[in-house]
Design a protein around this ligand. Structure first.
Ligand code: MN3
Length: 201
């Protein structure tokens, strides 16, 4: 069973003005599609094609680099699309808000630390909010690695992620990654993040 490009739950222009339609369309139909095609090619004929992408990520050290890069790309983007929504943003509520306050002091402080993880990731990669040993932790990974991977420096279950590859923001923000990360807060789907947080505990 081959992996497939997931459909987005919203239109390409739904996240404007924060993330532009052209970026969303290219990101989904070209970049994510390429990860799907390439991971399927890399796994073709192996019995790994019965596994979920999460299961593959958890044992990624046993696979060739093409699976790490493209399988990671497929998992990361599939998650990323669900973490954004139109008319979203604002602040988390309930248990998630309490856990963020407890782990980072305040929502404002959390936002600063999360953005810093994205800004300081050299080159291409991702910033993450993960559940690690029952606690919320901020981390970042290079390329298409993620915290599920057995090779990750900081391992855990992702509940929030932001893509800081230039392809995620360059058309609209050019070199201004910090501006993109600031705009990202306007599209964060906190309902989905809270769901992932609950499931991760
Ligand atoms: Mn991307």
């Amino acid at each position: 069973m081959a992996f497939e490009l997931p459909k987005l739950a919203y239109a390409y222009n739904a996240l404007e003005p924060y993330i532009d339609a052209r970026t969303m369309e290219i990101h989904h139909t070209k970049h994510h599609q390429a990860y799907v095609t390439n991971v399927n090619n890399a796994l073709a004929g192996s019995d790994a094609d019965k596994l979920s992408i999460e299961e593959i990520c958890k044992n990624i050290s046993k696979y060739p680099a093409a699976v790490r890069n493209n399988g990671g790309g497929h998992y990361n983007h599939s998650l990323f699309w669900t973490l954004m929504a139109p008319n979203a943003g604002g602040e988390p509520t309930g248990d998630l808000a309490a856990a963020i306050n407890s782990a980072f002091g305040s929502f404002e402080e959390f936002k600063k630390l999360f953005a810093a993880a994205g800004v300081t990731r050299f080159g291409s990669g991702w910033a993450w909010l993960i559940v690690k040993d029952g606690k919320l932790v901020i981390s970042s990974t290079p390329n298409q690695d993620n915290p599920l991977m057995d090779i990750a420096e900081v391992k855990g279950v992702p509940v929030l992620a932001v893509d800081v590859w230039e392809h995620a923001y360059y058309l609209h923000y050019q070199n201004r990654r910090p501006d993109y990360l600031l705009a990202f807060w306007n599209v964060v789907n906190w309902v989905e993040v809270a769901k992932l947080y609950k499931a991760a505990l």
